[in-house]
Ligand binder design. Structure first.
Ligand code: NAD
Length: 372
């Protein structure tokens, strides 16, 4: 089949869905590949490299007109118009946006949203949420360190000793754990909170302190286990106890990295406006949950703002700031997914009994099959 790699059109989206490395693999898998000119430029994969890998460089309409289109973001209206009915679309298509999925169905696309893949061992190599959240957690700490008017590590100098920065990480999933590891590598004193009891051991194994919000009822303990590795909304009483503890830890902190999310829901509010008011001047909050409403009501999407002397970084697409590596990992995720839907002859073979395929398949033949 012919695979098309268009250039991403969303503002600030610097990633690309295939790299010269994965193009070679598609060609070895008996596909042909067309790449829109400039598709990889923002991620530092030049057209020449795609051509050398064996891709044909084309214009936007030709890349979108392929049998299988690999993207990072959902196609906009204009892009959908260039796509063939019956074409396969693979990307991060936002399964929690029913209106967006309905548009893909109306366009007659067979669309796979990779974010919907189950968190099972077999799906790890195509887990786009993990590959991208890992980079976001790393970059969040570097952005905070850059913004912070002090140093991160303890430093003894002839002119006196500088204290190590105190970093609080809220939410210890993939992004949070990488943020903890990165902050530790820079020499910070780190503590972290998560609702899932399993996170305690992971936080401590990275050398950080677990901020323990004890459970007071069996219901709280049961809900905190989550579903399929994901968190569920906690009862109000637990959230209130957590908020009090988080406020206290934030008052001591220099940097707060918040990553707490609950799939398909607005992000839980963990850092209230009052908590920000109580923080030290010059401290920094990076709100990685900003796209889902934010863990802090004062953070603003895609803005860096200062409120009550605290800088709030609300950039929503941190992987796009490390586009070369983010694209390399994403492209490998997509390649691994493609192995599930194409046979050795490069023909489509969508196995409807494969749980990864059924979880990701959002629409086909004009019908919405599921939204997550
Ligand atoms: P996520 O991005 O959905 O959420 C980030 C974190 O926020 C989660 O750890 C969640 O528990 C936490 N959170 C939610 N509400 C909170 C609150 N009120 N206070 C504090 N923290 C709160 O999660 P994720 O990073 O996608 O990871 C989810 C889980 O999936 C993790 O357990 C991760 O280890 C697991 N995982 C498994 C696999 C696999 O086995 N294939 C792959 C990747 C991730």
């Amino acid at each position: 089949m012919q695979i098309g790699i268009p250039r991403e059109s969303l503002a600030g989206e610097t990633r690309v869905a295939a790299t010269p490395e994965t193009i070679k693999k598609y060609l070895a898998g008996k596909h042909t590949v067309v790449v829109e000119r400039g598709a990889g430029a923002a991620a530092h994969y030049p057209d020449d490299a795609y051509a050398q890998a064996g891709a044909q460089l084309v214009d936007s309409a030709q890349a979108l007109g392929a049998d299988i289109v690999l993207k990072v973001r959902p196609p906009n209206e204009q892009e959908r118009r260039h796509m063939k009915r019956g074409a396969v679309l693979v990307g991060m298509l936002d399964p929690f946006d029913p209106a967006g999925i309905a548009q893909l169905a109306e366009a007659g696309l067979t669309a796979f949203a990779l974010e919907a893949a189950p968190r099972i061992t077999r799906a790890q190599s195509l887990d786009v949420l993990s590959s991208q959240a890992n980079l976001a957690g790393y970059k969040a700490v570097l952005l905070a360190a850059n913004q912070y008017g002090r140093l991160i590590p303890m430093m003894m100098t002839a002119a006196g000793t500088l204290k190590a920065a105190r970093v609080v990480v809220l939410g210890a999933g993939v992004a949070g754990l990488q943020a903890i590891a990165t902050a530790k590598r820079l020499g910070a004193v780190v503590e972290a909170s998560d609702v899932r009891p399993a996170a305690k051991e992971q936080i401590e194994s990275l050398g950080a302190k677990f901020i323990d919000v004890p459970f007071e009822t069996d219901e709280e303990r049961e809900i905190a286990q989550g579903v399929g590795g994901y968190a569920r909304p906690m009862p109000a009483a637990w959230m209130a106890r957590q908020a009090a503890l988080v406020a206290e830890r934030c008052r001591q902190a220099d940097i707060v990295i918040s990553t707490a999310l609950i799939p398909g829901r607005p992000a839980p509010v963990l850092i209230s406006a009052e908590t920000v008011q109580g923080m030290k001047p010059g401290s920094v909050i990076v709100d990685l949950a900003v796209e889902r409403g934010g863990n802090c009501p004062l953070s603003e999407k895609d803005q860096v703002v200062e409120k009550h002397g605290v800088t709030l970084i609300g950039l929503s697409n941190l992987p796009a700031l490390v586009a070369t590596d983010a694209s390399a990992l994403y492209a490998r995720n997509v390649l691994d997914f493609m192995k599930l839907i194409a046979d050795a002859e490069g023909k489509l073979a969508i196995k409807q009994d494969d749980e990864i395929i059924t979880a990701c398949l959002m629409c086909m033949d004009g019908k919405v099959l599921r939204s997550a």
